[in-house]
Write a new protein. Structure first.
Lengths: 702, 702
């Protein structure tokens, strides 16, 4: 049971883990990658979300900017929309492409990974083996009166939380709540009256909420009965919870008479199935990593929370294959060991706290807090990547999974969580999946998903070996000869030792051979010989373990947009998305002072020069004021602006404006273009550029 | 009927059009985007496929290279594979990423297009409106004995072609055929005996084959009976053809009790549905184009031909929205009008020939061969893109669709076809889809998918207007008042003119009002007034037309790999993929002479320098000979190699090798890196570099 107080959780919001959360089962080692509901575990005093400049963040304001500027939009809106599906418009799409590009450079190229692009359509057999067909499900509850469908755990949670809030109201404990929001919440849950609860009931509710992630369907059904939870809109008794598999089913080919395939719920399986070929491609050299960027699909029961919980989403996943022996060292760990991370460890969570600690990864690995070097190395690389994107380091933490969140075979698992107006959101997971996936696929298909390695030093093994005289065995046992042989093969070293003594003593041994004769077979020393001998093994065969960093690109994009957003001093209506130049959708806006025809050749020449040097740019030659045009582009996150004015016509000089400072410099076209290029490539900062080029004070365009 | 002789078609191979082939229907203007089977229309003397160096191309050889080097591989192979699904391995994946990147630069950035990323999951209602639910189907035939399923048109075609070949054999006409291949073909079709046919039968078969693309299911069924076509493996009578919808169906959300959605068969619909928002984003300015890169899905009945006919494929589609008035001019047409294209026009095809002509696009548009400037502009841009990739210009042609391949509303349609060992393959389509899609979605949803434009000069319209005295109309007609009003609204100008005369003459008019009273309603001049008046229209409203260039990335990749492939002089086993540096998966291979530890620091320094300047590189420090290591990388298409040898340790100099010439230069590290960067960026050619840097003759590494 978790001890942290559910009353203080920021919100009732929660979401399925991205991809690799695993749950331990008492007997079946099944990977369950979407199941576990992870809540935003916020500390009691966690501040509410803020903008880049520390202003309180109003989610309504930023969402309105993002939709108005077409970063994203609900899919099929003119057909009434489809919940949990979103389209990216031009700026969202460019941002996504830039983030993917950076990811590819940061991981695939820099780490020399083997990128693959596998199909989304997946035959049933594959996902049966991986465990998804049987276990990748959530529990849903139907209101028989209205036909509404609820996620059972969400419903229990919402109702209990509403009752606890009402209890607090009744006790006069409510402090600083947004009344409108609270009223809305209460309205949603019909059965909530302002009513004081018994202390024992409060405790029971709190304990239930703390464990809400871990109930089975039957247990959820029992809770619904026990706590008298009814259909929220009808008050009707609910049907018992039913498992709903989260994979989209479909039919591949014309001959299937029933669904025989699924859309993949993760990109990982395609990588595992190609393991053998990738190892061969890598010239049998270990360790190595594969990587994949592509869409995955989850049929959420009741999607909400905008881009954070969607039915179709872009993932970027790495499967780093490593020898399980030798402590899972990483050759470049030395380079990163001084890097500091903000960690929220398992023990702290168990003690009911969310207090993080800042430690170097070297220390974290050496104390065993982070299980091994490879896992630690990737935590650092994940942090590097997120910071390059512009993620606010004070809103990033690594949370360790608790024992009950992991499969029994998993060594360790950490999530990179980003703080947003929805609380702490899991955006990247980094799990040690051990040898699970390769093992189950190998067992099922017989494909040798293993590494065979020549031993640096041959391994000498001393062992009891059994020799059978096959020439005599055949005629004596006929059709049973093979069964006898197999029984001998299967003998453990302990038994062999014992039998060798029997043989020495009595000249014969007794063998358990179920199905042959009486079930016991006697072999004399004419047929069998047992000796202790040395054997030399030149090749080692092993199933690699897998360290899996897995990125939810859509969640990262949304969190990033919250982190870089702010409003101009004194004007709440003037939003700015302060993307770093490297990932900004457009790098520079070209603004001719007016639609005067004299400006046109300058604009044309500039766009073609910028295109040649690969700097994405846009022209705004609309009749709006320059201030308005820049304001629009602040919302689009364009970091730079170039104004073409009458001075340009006279002497060819241009002004360059920086988005965040709204300061401008003025210089020749060549100097401005060179400065822009070096800003976009990250070779110079604005501070440096604004020091070496003359400031333009003529008209500050904010 | 098509007049070209089907006997001379290169192969029985054919494939569904990429995405935008449309077929005319006598009464329903339904877009049918996968249906039409287009064959490789080769000229009788069409040479067989060749390598880049003009060697005869053996498909087996190149496929073995591509699979061995993991450019692609059948998906789920350890589970027995799934037909029509392929994974890209590391080099294929990098090649694909580079091609997509170039596409984005060439089209989205250079043309300032609005890229969107829409979901693949699509609700049924959308695809019902677009026509896909009802019409996006192929005809399939089942062998009731074996359960095998065939595509009906493919089957008829294969059998008739086999019989015609047998007839030719019997007539002693067979010339220069690969006997092994022919034998294999014959074996496939059980009922083929070497048998001379009547001349009339030959003619009937030929005519049937010429029209094979255009038969309905019933007609195909009739042909199967008439020509006595049986199950190829069983000889059994086949079931009648049934329509098989090519879309993958699925269930979105937990409450649907039957499939309610599909995987998109094209990316276009998502773009159309967002038209209004994109127009707004573009500040109401026309023309503009949206673009989208993403996977689409088609449940092929019987996929074959490797990467050319697959069930899941990457598309890149552009929807260029243009005012239908004013001849669909393009502002940058002037810049491209002198560009020459190889065109195979509709008339030539109708005359039974496949003779192409090389003309400038300016001429083609001015003579009306290509319908309009915008279409012409995109044909040039498509050609530019393909040539940048390394497509052999002599294996590229633009084929115009024949009238019966297009929907009745389409103005014109051209396919960029690439010649490969499978014949001419449609890889890019460029169609004028008119206003069809926006119109049907607007009619269905009521969303105003139109452009509203302030007229430069207000339009004054003189027209008959009808005034009704509604105050009197209501009490008089009660529940029928609305119907009467609607009948008046619907009156044409002609009728209004006639009725105004009636009113003047008799003081009343007679109105057809079906369903109201006797069906005719009389209105007196107390109720109605008709006058000719002037009305001024300040705004023009129109539905844009759409020009759609649509790229099958997988088909382009495969054709490209055939075009750039060759084998080293005198050694058929030494394959080379001669990708241009810009799109090569890896740009440079670093080869230390041996595994001597002294080389390691040089390799490390070099990789980190190359990484910093963004040049993807690989190290091969295996123990294989340098020649072997380069040979491996020739197959991977790596254009450059750097050798680190003992001279490097002495003076820091390196050798740089070029893949195609196998020539080397030797210079300082700085010079080599600078040369490499300029080669990869396309700023210098190898010829230029090899002239200015000293040749290295020490050891030619081929």
């Amino acid at each position: 049971m978790l001890a942290w107080n559910p009353l203080f959780r920021a919100k009732p919001f929660q979401f399925s883990t991205l991809s690799h959360t695993v749950r331990s089962f008492s007997c079946t080692p099944i990977v369950l990658r979407a199941q576990v509901v992870k809540r935003s575990k916020s500390s009691p005093n966690m501040a509410t979300a803020t903008t880049k400049k520390g202003q309180p963040l109003d989610r309504g304001v930023i969402e309105s900017v993002l939709r108005r500027r077409l970063f994203y939009t609900p899919s099929f809106e003119i057909y009434g929309g489809e919940r949990g599906l979103f389209d990216y418009g031009p700026p969202g799409c460019a941002l996504q492409a830039n983030v993917v590009d950076l990811w590819r450079k940061h991981f695939v190229l820099e780490e020399d990974m083997l990128e693959v692009d596998c199909t989304m359509l997946t035959p049933e057999a594959v996902l049966k083996t991986s465990g998804h067909v049987d276990k990748f499900a959530d529990w849903m509850c139907k209101d028989p009166k209205s036909g509404e469908i609820f996620r059972a755990d969400h419903l229990v949670e919402q109702v209990l939380e509403a009752r606890l809030r009402a209890d607090k109201d009744a006790r006069g404990m409510t402090i600083e709540v947004d009344e409108a929001k609270e009223a809305k919440k209460k309205k949603k849950i019909k059965d909530t009256k302002i009513e004081k609860l018994d202390d024992a009931v409060v405790q029971e509710y709190e304990e239930t909420l703390a464990k809400i992630d871990n109930y089975s369907g039957d247990e959820l059904g029992d809770l619904i009965k026990k706590f008298n939870i009814k259909g929220p809109t009808t008050g009707a008794e609910l049907d018992p919870p039913k498992a709903f598999n989260l994979m989209f089913q479909t039919q591949i080919g014309p001959s299937a008479d029933k669904p025989n395939g699924y859309l993949r719920p993760e990109t990982a399986q395609g990588q595992f199935l190609n393991f053998q070929k990738l190892l061969e491609f890598n010239q049998q050299s270990m360790p190595f990593a594969s990587a994949s960027i592509g869409k995955s699909f989850r049929n959420e029961i009741s999607p909400r929370s905008g881009l954070l919980r969607v039915r179709e989403f872009l993932m970027a996943e790495i499967e780093h294959f490593v020898d399980p022996e030798g402590g899972k060292k990483h050759p470049r760990f030395e380079d990163v060991k001084e890097t500091k991370l903000t960690l929220l460890n398992r023990k702290v969570q168990l003690s009911g706290s969310t207090k993080t600690e800042v430690v170097t990864i070297g220390e974290a690995v050496s104390t065993g807090l982070v299980d091994n070097e490879t896992l630690g190395y990737f935590l650092v690389r994940i942090q590097d990547f997120l910071l390059k994107l512009g993620i606010d380091p004070s809103k990033l933490r690594f949370r360790q999974h608790m024992a009950n969140e992991m499969a029994h075979y998993a060594a360790d698992c950490w999530d990179a969580e980003l703080f947003t107006s929805y609380g702490w959101i899991e955006c990247v997971g980094c799990a040690d999946r051990s040898a699970y996936d390769l093992t189950v696929h190998m067992n099922k298909t017989g494909a040798p998903l293993v590494v065979r390695q020549t031993r640096a030093e041959p391994l000498v093994i001393e062992e009891f070996q059994v020799d059978l005289d096959r020439k005599k065995l055949g005629p004596k046992f006929r059709k049973d000869a093979k069964a006898v042989e197999n029984a001998v093969e299967a003998l453990s070293q302990e038994l062999r030792e014992k039998l060798s003594l029997d043989l020495e003593k009595s000249g014969k041994i007794e063998l358990q051979t179920p199905g042959v004769g009486s079930g016991t077979t006697e072999l004399g020393s004419d047929l069998v010989k047992i000796e202790k001998r040395k054997r030399t093994e030149y090749t080692r065969e092993y199933t690699p373990n897998v360290i899996e960093p897995s990125f939810g690109i859509g969640r990262i994009l949304y969190s990033l947009m919250e982190h870089v957003f702010y409003t101009r001093e004194g004007d709440l209506a003037r939003g700015v998305l302060s993307f770093p130049p490297m990932i900004a959708p457009t790098k520079v806006l070209l603004v001719p002072l007016s639609s005067h025809p004299d400006f046109k050749p300058f604009v044309k020449k500039l766009t073609s020069r910028l295109r040649r040097i690969g700097v994405p740019n846009k022209v705004d030659d609309s009749s709006a004021s320059i201030g308005k045009r820049y304001a629009r582009n602040d919302e689009l996150g364009t970091p730079f602006g170039i104004t073409i004015d009458f001075q340009t016509i006279k002497d060819g000089s241009l002004t360059l404006r920086e988005r965040d400072s709204t300061k401008q410099v003025r210089a020749s076209e060549d100097d401005i273009i060179a400065a822009l290029k070096s800003l976009v490539d990250g070779e110079e900062t604005w501070e440096q550029v604004s020091k070496r080029l003359p400031a333009f004070e003529g008209q500050e365009v904010d």
